[in-house]
Design a protein around this ligand. Sequence first.
Ligand code: C5P
Length: 238
Amino acid sequence: MADERLIVALDFHHFDDVKNLVDTLDDSVNFYKVGMELFYSVGTDVVDWLKALDKKIFLDLKLCDIPNTTANGLCSLMNLGADILNIHAAGGYTMMKTAADKLREESARRGIAKPKLIAVTVLTSVNQSDWEGLGYSQLEISAQVVRFAKLAKSAGVDGVVASPNEAKLIRENCGEDFLIVTPGVRPVGSAVNDQSRIATPSSAIQNGANYLVVGRPITKAENPKLAAQKILEEINGL
Ligand code: C5P
């Protein structure tokens, strides 16, 4: 069984690219992230296809709307059978609580496993100047991330998406059972791309991340399987 702490981001427009990569990575990867780019191009077929291969799925559509719309949107997505769904913590406590309660009630009513619900704190691409541009400069980014994480926890959300640099603080503040999913993971020597608050796979795990979301360092690698294996070796060697 592949180490499910590694989630590979399938950021593609075309189904054929997904098929090629999943085929190439084979048994070395068992968990995939389907985000906006792929879902808006290919639709639900890609989720069905991954499920038929027994792969786990993080459906990263980052819902953020009024409580009723977000909760009902999540219930529609729950039909697809993804293992993790997400919302933006910036939607506020009431939105997160309505969403978490509704997913719990609906999954119990339907007799199906409840997907984990996680909240995006502050995007890992946001840097200090973006942060100040948003008018939030009174608070450090990391302090805002912790604030969002605690709010998400109090609303009954299962965990958060955050930068690996903030994982330690979140773990300290939200306890062992709270899920921490970290994008912005960059092995030594790989391109940073548009990410800002990044760390290596091993430091992300050492800081308390449960899952690493890795896209371009694997999908754009000359040898994606080798790139994935190196990350797995790095985290297994801890
Ligand atoms: O290619 P890269 O490794 O940067 O991909 C990271 C993935 O994680 C992307 O699919 C991006 O949408 C997602 N993500 C992120 N930061 C967040 C939430 C999700 O980078 N806060």
